[in-house]
Ligand binder design. Sequence first.
Ligand SMILES: Cc1cc2nc3c(=O)[nH]c(=O)nc-3n(C[C@H](O)[C@H](O)[C@H](O)COP(=O)(O)OP(=O)(O)OC[C@H]3O[C@@H](n4cnc5c(N)ncnc54)[C@H](O)[C@@H]3O)c2cc1C
Length: 382
Amino acid sequence: MTLTDHERQMVALVAEFVDERVRPRVREFEADDVYPAEFIEEMKKLGFFGLLAPAEYGGVDVSTACFARVTEELARGWMSLAGAIGGHSVITYLIKTFGTAEQREKYLPRMAEGAIRATMALTEPGGGSDLQAMRTQAVPDGDGYSVTGSKTWISNAAHSGLIGLLCITDRDASPRHRGMSMLLVEPGDGLTISKKLPKLGYRGVEACEIVFDDRRVGVDAVLGGTPGQGWAQMMRGLEVGRVQVAARALGVGQAALNDAVRYAQERETFGKPIWRHQSVGNLLADMATKMSAARLLTLDAAERLDSGERADMEAGMAKLFASETAMQVALDAIRIHGGYGYSKEYDVERYFRDAPLMIVGEGTNEIQRNVIASQLIARNRI
Ligand SMILES: Cc1cc2nc3c(=O)[nH]c(=O)nc-3n(C[C@H](O)[C@H](O)[C@H](O)COP(=O)(O)OP(=O)(O)OC[C@H]3O[C@@H](n4cnc5c(N)ncnc54)[C@H](O)[C@@H]3O)c2cc1C
């Protein structure tokens, strides 16, 4: 992976922010489950909300590989902060790639500075995996659309000024996905965002239900201006999203590995540091090896995405492997900490609560396997 000097400086800046500002205070924010407004404001100033926005719109405009490294560093401090830029960055990518000139002009400058934060609304109460069965629809009405339906588990929804909404605009289309569009919807009349859904980890950042009840939008809300393109647009966006989730998993896994390596040298039993017991040393060796493999897969997917080629298989592999690795590494870090691993005094219990989100979010790992298998066959058809 080759990052430019500017990109390397960006990653170093994030690492410094994480080590000096985030890690010393994360337990306090996490325990209270409070929205980390202070960190978010600092992240805006540091340009983290503009990572994928073009420079002409005030963005930092880094490669996907750099975006992944920045995400990893943020998640090494606190996964919730990496989550806070996740959906926002996917919608930035979609507007930059598919948006009309007016949409880019209208949203990208303010999104780049974090003045508008965007969220991505796909999942419905009836299901997240079977997206084509979605029910939220935008019915043509006058010179725009009337949107009705509901979405759930939408991250950052309460703090969003823009919702990237995947919905049905043509009920009769066949195949069904040709009747789907991405709408850029701003909060307002006919749109209700529920209170935060309680959850295991990923604290501080809210996940909410959004209800649309005759929410009116103009035809200019359709991403790219032509209805029926939403499914294809979102599938490309999910490639970015899955690299981002893989990178979040890397951050959580790396933090767990770092803590385990430190503790295994400090803690002594039977007259020696525990890492010298072969079982513990082997655990550490396997954790480090899997983390390196996960990082290479993630950077490979990022580079493929930047090359312009279809990257769903690579992003799926990265997300699948990195998230399962993070979960295993978090568990093994608890194992190495013994009873203290189960205590709130150490961070490893948080990694263990945060890791499962990356297994489920942005398409479950079962869905990733389906994507990988179908691409594998498509690329190797006999
Ligand atoms: C904290 C949090 C934040 C989230 N943020 C967002 C967000 O910002 N935006 C958004 O749109 N969504 C968000 N989600 C939703 C997430 O993407 C979905 O939960 C996920 O896609 C799974 O959908 P589901 O929960 O409806 O599970 P289901 O689709 O009901 O799946 C249930 C189980 O069945 C399995 N399964 C289903 N179909 C298949 C199949 N064909 N083959 C094999 N196995 C299958 C699944 O893998 C899973 O194990 C978030 C979720 C959480 C928990």
